[in-house]
Design a protein around this ligand. Sequence first.
Ligand code: GDP
Ligand code: MG
Length: 352
Amino acid sequence: MAKHPHVHERPTSFFHEIEGSGRFVPRTIFVDSDPASLNSIREKRFGELFSPDCFVGGTSSTGNIFAKGKYTTGAELLDPVLELVRREAESCDRLQGFQLVHSLGGGTGSGLGSLLLEKLREEYPGTILASHAIKPSLDRSDVVVEPYNAVLAFNDLIEHADQCFLYSNSALQEAHQHLLHQSSTTFNDLNHLIARSMNIITSGTRFPGPDVFGMRKLAMSTVPFPRLHFLMPSLAPLSTAAEKRYDVYTVHDILERLFNPWHSLCRVHGSSTNGTVYVTAACIFRGFDSAVEIEEQILKYTSRHSHEFVDYIPNNIAVSAVRYTEVDSSLSGVMLANSSGTLISIIVQSFE
Ligand SMILES: Nc1nc2c(ncn2[C@@H]2O[C@H](COP(=O)(O)OP(=O)(O)O)[C@@H](O)[C@H]2O)c(=O)[nH]1
Ligand SMILES: [Mg+2]
């Protein structure tokens, strides 16, 4: 295991270097119809990381209305956003794709997010469009129209995205309270879990190695049919600072946890008890040199639980092993599950 995990990172996959200065700037664009949230990013200490011209803000909110995000208030921001996208895309040597991080319950993330996906698909047909989306959880929201916004956005996600990683605030909150033993939860805590998951998912793009997945290979191994590209991430280990000092995890431990519903960041009713099965899945491990041991463990797991996996795709769990660890951790992993129940359960659950 590498002592200095980040020495081998390819920083230029997500950052561009300001020539000659040794300073790296994220290739990020922040967009919101409501300027307040952008200001809150600029004001934070990490706001300095971003170039001042990567913020595109409107003047009024979309008031939790999908149509305002897609066709009126939000749509006004499309041209300036695409202008910035073109600038960033032109500065890339080998553009693999785009990641959109948005919520589906409000008006802007769902409406403008959908419009952006549609336009990016038109303008960059050969690239991978990945969405990291937060689906509504009614127990964390007062806005009754959130499920409707989400259903409208799902239509565009099905049509235009190549892969969509789904998060639910209630699953994130339960993981945070139950496994990390926290009594109160803020959006920051939930976002931290999402960030860890994104960090592991994208590690194949950032680190070299024989068994790592880039965006395209991940899509190839998890998407059996073009429209079935909704993946539920689970994350392990989720341990408190105290536990971290005592626990040493093996591949087996991480794998057991990844299949444990408490570790899912988007829990749906999908389980073998109601007839849903894993169509495909991908496990991405950090802190491991080779996929061989992980594959052996997965084979053992899948043969013990064969009723949870479709039988028409044998060995349907792809494995990616990234040698370099996450900060403060020795071994960790994400599983991305493409279950036969994902889409239906999510839409139904959004209304429950
Ligand atoms: N995990 C997480 N969820 C958020 C965050 N901000 C908003 N949400 C959720 O996203 C949904 C609507 O988001 P909102 O920002 O109001 O909508 P928009 O700005 O119009 O896209 C609600 O379900 C919120 O609970 C956040 O920072 N983290
Ligand atoms: Mg907002």
